[in-house]
Design a protein around this ligand. Structure first.
Ligand code: GLN
Ligand code: ZN
Length: 759
């Protein structure tokens, strides 16, 4: 019999109950018991929703973050939090967010970073010479009891010891792997305790096995798994988010009782795994995609699984490819979605149902689930054939893309000469990244328009008034290149997605990003096409109000792709090209309407980098190509800007240069421009605006600070190629802060120019 299990379930709740409970608690609007009760109710609901599985995950529910929970489980509390709160719950919140409730003392929070290649962010474990581990298993044991009381068979989920160390950071110069031995001590105790509590299987995640590991880390894995052998529980070594490749043999050989493999990303490896895997080990096949929202083609999955089952018999387990944390909870919430599109989708709850159907088909024969298989086949067929998905005209356009479309007419030096004449901008031109404060009033107006309380004319008037105000403020401040301020945009991806064919939006499709924060990625469902201009009217209006240049503001194709759920029926690169063509049309329309500076934001370019460095060149190649196609259909006079919300681009600087944007604005202020060191070794050819202050902070940067930063920048990049700007959009700030900060920015420019004899 094939067994079913799950690697993890989204904890936020189908109506984001956990988010609201957490935020109420942090604000002091609810108490600890209320928060814990919501959490308990969610766990129960989620276990009930998983009750059909042979094994359900326990320990995957975290109030804030599962990695932080591991740190607590192993007693790893960074020094600055050691004598803070008595209450471990509040102390966790202090680690996560710098403070627990309004009356607790603030402290600097733990660092947060992306969980592998997902959009989930975890709290980075901290280590130093004083790090000691000790076991705190109460919470986990309590949850085991809770699950058992509901009648489900619990399988504790743990982050593997080596992956845990790999995810963390040493705060001194020490080596993380020095901590392996003491960690294994406590890890071993934990497994004994779980065995004592009657646990049969434990899932131990070592996803680092899908990354490129040096011999030290491979050795650590061997050491760890050998050490944990014979702790009284069966251990499922689980890997996900990619193929094992050169680590495949290692994964098979580590002493475990079973291996889980991501058969979505590593399907070709299963065959080899079947050959390599010792005969006593279980093979758990991650057959349902835990990273997207599409229905699985169950018949195709069965065609593939049936021969495998013949070989494995009872040793075959089925599961989603990874934890379902990365998909929305329940499609049944989407009552407003049209029936057809809904029939193509599966969220967490539906994915588990698919899993059940597959297991039933394998265990009892396909006849036992004939009607489910039939309706699934029907859904797969209609999606495959739908004219909502396939637009021949779009496919033809993509097929007809030629290399000319990727090229500007002249190389940068010539464009620079033309543009400098054309715009006549001063030395160190000043600009912003696009958005200005999204006031409560703006959001209120947008909401009323969406809900039909005001009509299009009224809405347009209100937004125009905001644009006019924004232009006026920028003129008063004395900025050189103005923006319209983006009042009409709720979100930089959604705004464009809503105007493009091929996109679908959900109401409750929330996915946890970190802590209580969720994102609702749009779904790219079909070939992408731009039926009509998207931004022209707003930008043209802004342009009509001033003699200064106004930047048109667009979101780039790579960011549109990386922040959406993408199609699984064509390569991501193809979808990206379709988006590129849509943006290209908008760029050309802006140009035709007299907008001669156009910014194309690629905030998420870096996020798309594959986990394995060996796959970076391929990704960068198509991503940069897509950007170039979007941007480069313009005349030499037109100045293309791009913006990126990060600065760790040392390792991709050549690709960024290859984008060939005339101007790039980036984030660097928080690192004191240190991140510009890359320009010592690499001669970035075009213009650059290193963000001079951190817009995420309410602090007002002072003029001398900005002058200092720009002087540092000018040591690496010739002054004629430098711009002055904040490090990102200003939408989360208020006008008072913005006026003060930009005022100082412009004052800094005056100081710089006065001190520069070439000016
Ligand atoms: N133009 C966008 C803004 O200013 C850019 C946002 C971003 O980079 N995340 O809001
Ligand atoms: Zn940004």
């Amino acid at each position: 019999m094939a067994k079913t299990h799950n690697l993890g379930f989204p904890r936020i709740g189908s109506r984001r109950e956990l988010k609201f409970a957490l935020e109420a608690y942090w604000k002091g609007n609810s108490n600890r018991d209320e928060l814990l009760e919501t959490a308990r109710a969610l766990r129960h609901r989620h276990w009930r929703q998983q009750a059909g599985l042979d094994l359900v995950p326990v320990g995957d529910f975290a109030l804030y973050d599962q990695v932080l929970d591991m740190s607590r489980l192993f007693g790893n509390v960074p020094p600055r939090f050691r004598d803070g709160e008595d209450d471990p719950l509040n102390n966790d919140f202090r680690i996560a967010r710098g403070r627990a409730t309004p009356d607790s003392t603030p402290v600097s929070a733990g660092e947060m970073t992306k969980w592998f290649d997902t959009n989930y962010h975890y709290i980075v474990p901290e280590f130093d010479a004083t790090t000691r581990f000790s076991l705190n298993a109460e919470r986990l044991l309590e949850q085991l009891d809770e699950a058992r009381a509901l009648g489900v068979e619990p399988k504790p989920v743990l982050i593997g010891p080596v992956t845990y160390l790999w995810l963390g950071k040493r705060k001194d110069d020490g080596d993380r792997l020095d901590l392996l031995a003491p960690l294994l001590e406590v890890y071993g105790q934990l497994l004994h305790v779980l065995a004592g509590a009657g646990v049969e299987w434990v899932q131990i995640d070592e996803p680092i096995l899908v990354t490129e590991l040096d011999e030290r880390w491979r050795h650590a894995l061997r050491q760890a798994w050998n050490r944990l052998n014979g702790c009284g529980v069966k251990r499922l070594l689980s890997t996900y988010f990619g193929a094992l490749r050169e680590n495949l043999q290692l994964a098979c050989e580590l002493p475990a009782d079973g291996v889980h493999i991501d058969a979505i990303n590593a399907r070709e490896e299963v065959e080899r795994l079947l050959d390599w895997l010792p005969g006593h080990k279980v093979l758990s096949i991650g057959i349902i995609n835990g990273r997207n929202i599409w229905k699985t083609d169950l018949n195709a999955a069965l065609d593939w699984l049936e021969p495998i089952q013949k070989r494995l018999g009872d040793r075959l387990w089925l599961a989603p490819s990874c934890s379902l944390l990365h998909v929305p909870v329940d499609l049944d919430s989407e009552t407003e979605l049209d029936e057809e599109a809904r029939n193509w989708l599966a969220f967490a709850v539906q994915k588990l149902d698919e899993l059940q159907t597959l297991a039933n088909a394998l265990n009892q024969g396909r006849e036992a689930v004939a009607s489910k298989l039939e309706s699934n086949a029907q859904a797969i067929r209609t999606r495959r054939e739908s004219s909502r998905v396939h637009n021949p005209e779009v496919k033809q356009r993509v097929a007809a893309i030629n290399t000319d479309m990727e090229q500007r007419r002249s190389p940068y030096p010539r464009r620079e000469a033309i543009q400098s004449q054309h715009f006549g901008l001063p030395l160190y031109p000043t600009t912003t990244i696009g958005s200005f404060p999204q006031t409560a009033e703006i959001r209120h107006t947008r909401r009323r328009f969406r809900d039909g309380e005001i009509d299009a004319r009224h809405y347009q008037q209100a937004m125009r008034a905001e644009i006019a105000h924004c232009i006026q403020e920028q003129e008063k401040l004395g900025l050189d290149v103005l923006v319209h301020g983006e009042p009409e945009r709720n979100d930089m991806v959604e705004y464009f997605g809503q105007q493009l064919d091929g996109y679908l939006f959900t109401r409750f499709g929330w996915v946890q990003s970190y802590g209580s924060r969720c994102v609702k990625p749009p779904i790219i469902l079909g070939d992408v096409r731009r039926p009509a201009p998207m931004t022209i009217d707003w930008i043209r209006y802004a342009r009509s109000l001033t003699d200064k240049p106004v930047k048109g503001m667009l979101t780039g194709p790579v960011t549109m792709l990386n922040w959406s759920f993408a199609r699984d029926d064509q390569p991501r690169s193809t979808t990206c090209l379709q988006l590129a063509l849509a943006i290209r049309d908008e760029v050309r329309d802006l140009e035709a309407n007299g907008i001669d500076i156009i910014q194309i934001d690629e905030a998420a370019l870096r996020e798309g980098l594959p986990l394995r460095r060996s796959e970076w060149p391929d990704y960068l190649e198509w991503a940069i190509r897509a950007f170039r196609i979007a941007a480069n259909g313009v005349a030499d006079e037109t100045q293309i800007h791009t913006h990126m919300c990060y600065s760790e681009f040392n390792d991709i600087i050549e690709a960024i240069a290859a984008m060939d944007a005339d101007v790039i604005t980036i984030e660097t202020s928080r690192s004191d421009m240190e991140l510009l060191d890359v320009f010592d070794a690499f001669d970035y050819p075009n213009q650059i605006g290193p963000g001079v202050y951190d817009i995420h902070s309410p602090n007002i940067p002072d003029t001398t600070q900005i002058v200092d930063l720009m002087r540092k920048a000018s040591q690496r990049i010739p002054a004629e190629r430098l711009w002055i700007n904040p490090d990102c959009g200003l939408k989360t700030r208020d006008w008072k802060e913005v006026r003060a900060a930009l005022g100082n920015m412009i004052a800094a420019r005056k100081v710089l120019v006065a001190g520069d004899p070439s000016a």
